[in-house]
Design a protein around this ligand. Structure first.
Ligand code: 13P
Length: 236
C-alpha cells in the first residue's frame, strides 16, 4: 500500500475546500490517502475514507505562543500525520535543524506520524548526501523507539513546483540510500516518499521506482480531476 499525501499549502477558500471534501468522500482507494489542508479547515475533513494531516505543528506543548497550534490540539481533532520540515518552512521561515527535531519529537509523543521533508537545492546537487545526512541526523538523533514511525519525504527543492523531476534511477538511488542510512544508523526500516512536481502525467513512471512508498503532492493534488487520475493510476 502506497501513501498518497496531498499538501494543500496555503491554497483554497472555504467554499472551494467544502466542494473538494464532498468529492474526496466518494473516492475509493486501496492506497492510503492523506490530506493536509490549511489549519482552519482541518476539522471539516471527517477522515472516513482517508487520513488527515497538518502542514506544521508547534514545537511547544501549550501556553502563550500566539498563532501556534500544538500537537496535542491536533491530536484532539483526530489528526494522525504532520508534515515537518518542509523546505518552504526551512527556507522562508528559517526553521532550524533543532526546531525541526523538536517538532518531530513532540509529534511522536502525541501519536502523530511526522512526515519529515528533506532535500537539496539545485546548487547543492553535488553535496546531496551531506545535505540529506545533516537533515536526517538532526531529526533522528535522540529519538526513542518511536523513530520507526517517522515517514521520510525526499523533495529536491529544485523540483518543487517547477515541473522538473529527477530520473527514475536518480530517485531510486536516493530513496534506497535514505533507507540504508536509517537502517545502518538507527536500526529501523523507514518509509520513503518522493515529492516535487508529481502529476497525472509522470506518476505511472514514478510508480515503477522500487523504493518508493508513496508521494507527497502539492499543486496537482489541488485539482480533483488530476488527483483522481493519479489515484486511479496507482490503483492498477
Ligand atoms: P508540487 O507538487 O507543487 O511540486 O509541490 C511539492 C511539495 O512541496 C509537496 O510538499
Amino acid at each position: 500500500m502506497k501513501l498518497i499525501v496531498s499538501n494543500h499549502k496555503m491554497n483554497l477558500t472555504k467554499d472551494e475546500i467544502l466542494s473538494y471534501i464532498k468529492e474526496i468522500s466518494e473516492i475509493k482507494s486501496s492506497n492510503k490517502l492523506i490530506f493536509c489542508p490549511s489549519y482552519p479547515y482541518l476539522s471539516f475533513f471527517d477522515g472516513k475514507n482517508y487520513f488527515v494531516g497538518s502542514q506544521n505543528v508547534s514545537d511547544q506543548k501549550m501556553g502563550a505562543y500566539t498563532g501556534e497550534v500544538s500537537a496535542s490540539q491536533l491530536r484532539s481533532l483526530g489528526i494522525q500525520y504532520a508534515i515537518i520540515g518542509h523546505s518552504e518552512r526551512r527556507n522562508i521561515l528559517n526553521e532550524s535543524f533543532e526546531l525541526i527535531h523538536k517538532k518531530v519529537k513532540i509529534c511522536l509523543e502525541n501519536n502523530i506520524i511526522p512526515i519529515l521533508c528533506i532535500g537539496e537545492k539545485k546548487e547543492e546537487i553535488n553535496q546531496k548526501e551531506e545535505i540529506l545526512t545533516a537533515e536526517l541526523k538532526s531529526a533522528f538523533d535522540d529519538i526513542g523507539d518511536d523513530r520507526k514511525n517517522i515517514v521520510i519525504a525526499y523533495e529536491p527543492i529544485w523540483s518543487i513546483g517547477t515541473g522538473l523531476v529527477p530520473t527514475k534511477e536518480e530517485i531510486e538511488e536516493t530513496l534506497s540510500w535514505i533507507k540504508k542510512y536509517i537502517k545502518d544508523n538507527y536500526q529501523v526500516d523507514c518509509k520513503t516518499l518522493y515529492g516535487g512536481s508529481v502529476n497525472e502525467e509522470n506518476i505511472s513512471n514514478l510508480k515503477e521506482i522500487q523504493s518508493i512508498d508513496g508521494y507527497l503532492i502539492g499543486g496537482a493534488s489541488l485539482k480533483l480531476n488530476k488527483l483522481k487520475q493519479m489515484i486511479d493510476i496507482l490503483e492498477v
